[in-house]
Design a protein around this ligand. Structure first.
Ligand code: SAH
Length: 231
């Protein structure tokens, strides 16, 4: 069984988008993961296919209707579906590599993409939606957030990345930001590749990279070193 993503959106044409090319695109072709998009509007039963309405209590913008969205969710994800139902939302738990890793080990995900001011709170409760944010800023819709999250998950699926080693050495996999990289030429505009990397001494190179990782993490993201990740 491959990893299956079901996406509920008002803009299914945004998918697979960037996930249709390169690593994720090849994996999609090779059935390492599969993608189904669902138009939320197809579940609006009134003659104008209305998916949104004005906010109760007043205020600007529109709210995605509970009944329409719940019908869309029920059509895709029956009560016995074991996959997590995620709602992309700036109020959610901020996505990190640990969440990505956990999701990549499951059978797939249901992803609800919000639009407008957001969705009726009662669907979140009534359909057990888990809110996930991709960072402290506001997008115009959940679709780009879903693409970001899926990209991070898919590259961890077995058979997607060329070498498993390159995954382990990545930023965050050991709790640190990554060391700098260099490649030929040895001298570029007078800037040289650090001698140690050309020494052939693999133990020394490993130590140097670890020290660089620690220094960069200390300078840029001390929160990672302290283990007090406020996310
Ligand atoms: N009024 C809301 C923002 C709505 S933005 C608020 O102030 O919290 C419209 C939709 O974009 C949201 O429903 C959500 O699905 C998506 N979205 C916006 N920012 C996001 C983020 N940082 N992470 C994940 N999804 C986001």
């Amino acid at each position: 069984m491959s990893f299956t993503a079901d996406i509920l959106t008002l803009y299914p044409q945004m998918f697979p988008g960037p996930l249709g090319i390169s690593l994720a695109g090849k994996a999609l072709q090779n059935d390492i993961w599969s993608l189904n998009t669902h138009q939320i509007r197809d579940h609006a039963l009134d003659k104008h296919h209305m998916v949104d309405d004005t906010p109760a209590g007043g205020g600007p913008g529109m709210v995605l209707k509970a009944d329409v969205l719940a019908r869309a969710i029920d059509a895709v994800s029956p009560a016995n579906d074991t996959r997590p139902r995620l709602l992309m939302s700036p109020r959610g738990k901020v996505l990190d590599q640990q969440m990505v890793r956990d999701l990549s080990k499951g059978e797939g995900v249901i992803i609800v993409c919000g639009r407008f001011e957001g969705i009726d709170e009662r669907v979140i409760e009534g359909r057990n939606l888990l809110e996930v944010s991709i960072g402290d800023y506001i997008l115009s819709g959940g679709e780009p957030a879903a693409l970001v999250m899926l990209d991070a998950i898919i590259r961890l699926l077995p058979g997607v990345m060329g070498s498993d080693l390159s995954e382990i050495e990545e930023s965050f996999e050991n709790g640190l930001l990554e060391h700098p990289h260099y490649t030929r030429p040895r001298d570029w505009e007078g800037r040289k590749i650090p001698e140690i990397l050309l020494s052939g001494n693999h133990a020394a190179i490993k130590d140097w990279r670890f020290e660089q990782s620690r220094a960069i993490t200390r300078a840029r993201r001390p929160d990672l070193l302290n283990g007090v990740n406020k996310k």
